[in-house]
Design a protein around this ligand. Structure first.
Ligand code: BTN
Length: 324
């Protein structure tokens, strides 16, 4: 962040619960009061709205729906998640950058967002189609006190948060397809990528990346793609504010993560099962090359899917060998 305009927006966003005087702003920005006034007029032309009272100053009351560090920060009710944000118009992958920042020692809660990604990554080295600014492409850094075997729980937790966000703003009832897909009517609306780094008994950091299709109106099926995609807009015919969705996601995530840290995985598992795709149905899967069938009955504490055969013998599935 460098220009006077960006610094002014940042100051106004962070003090939006009070009035700030032109004098104070000019001192902070080291520019004249006339320059501050001109910038404010310019912002008004760009869709920003202020309450202004003579002798008291300005208070920011509305920002245009343009994703930026400031618009996300403004009104974000979290304590630590998203208190540091890096926003880009275009980068290769928010996940790659967040992993780099985590490696460099950034604080827990850093969020990296990009309008477009030129090399978005999915699970299993797949590409994630995100070279458009209609979706939410973001990654964030956690430093949980967990062992590596618990890392998959973070993906499950994130999926339940995404369900909650979508249910809060639409009438839709998304389903979570184990382990990391969110479906609406069998079509993929979001994906989660969790990458953790640590030792055998301790995670140093985990980076969670989410890709949520928001305002796309169509999708081109790529050759590699084995699923049909959808967006919130396709499903509802409405356009959504990405800023509000990001804020909602971050605040719901922080709350549920707090519950997870204090009460463990059980309440998360409960919520996850409520939205699980094909729970109670017979699945076909492969273990060590052998084709089997079993009813999807539960989720284990290490985040595995549990199936039961017709002899009531239960088996944990680790990798995605399921023929959904
Ligand atoms: C999947 O379904 O395979 C996971 C997709 C995860 C995509 C997100 S978009 C933001 C972040 N940056 C990436 O490069 N990937 C994740």
């Amino acid at each position: 962040m460098s220009s006077t305009r960006e610094k002014l927006i940042a100051l106004l966003s962070r003090h939006s619960n009070t009035f700030v005087s032109g004098q104070w702003l000019s001192e902070q920005l080291i520019v004249s009061r006339t320059a501050v006034w001109k910038q404010i007029k310019q912002l008004e032309e760009d869709g920003y709205r202020f309450e202004s009272i003579p002798n008291k100053g300005y208070r920011l009351i509305h920002q245009p729906d343009k994703v930026s560090e400031n618009t996300i920060y403004w009104g974000l009710p979290t304590e630590w998640l998203g208190k540091q944000i890096e926003h880009y118009q275009m980068i290769d992958s928010t996940q790659t950058l967040a992993l780099k920042r985590a490696q460099e020692g950034c604080e827990q809660g850093l969020v990296i967002i990009s309008d477009k990604q030129t090399a978005g990554k999915g699970r299993r080295m797949r590409e994630w189609d995100s070279n458009n600014d209609d979706g939410i492409w973001l990654s964030f850094v956690l430093r949980p006190n967990l062992i590596p075997a618990q890392a998959p729980q973070l993906t499950l937790l994130t999926a339940t948060v995404l369900v909650k966000v979508i249910e809060a703003i639409t009438e839709l009832k998304p389903k979570i397809k184990w382990p990391n897909d969110l479906l609406i009517d069998q079509k993929k609306v979001a994906g989660i990528l969790t990458q953790a780094q640590g030792e055998h008994d301790h995670i140093h950091y985990a980076v969670i990346g989410i890709g949520l299709n928001v305002n796309q109106i169509n999708f081109q099926l790529t050759e590699m793609q084995t699923y049909q995609a959808t967006s919130l807009k396709i499903e509802t015919n409405q356009t959504f504010s990405k800023t509000e969705l990001i804020q909602l996601f971050l605040s719901h995530f922080e709350s549920l993560y707090q519950i997870y840290l204090t009460e463990g995985f059980a309440p998360i598992k409960q919520k996850w099962l409520e939205s699980a795709y094909r729970l109670g149905e017979q699945l076909c899967f492969k273990v060590n090359g052998v084709e089997k069938t079993g009813i999807f009955v539960d989720l284990s504490d290490d985040g595995c899917l549990i199936v039961e055969d017709d002899q009531q013998k239960r088996e944990k599935l680790y990798s995605a060998d399921i023929n959904w």
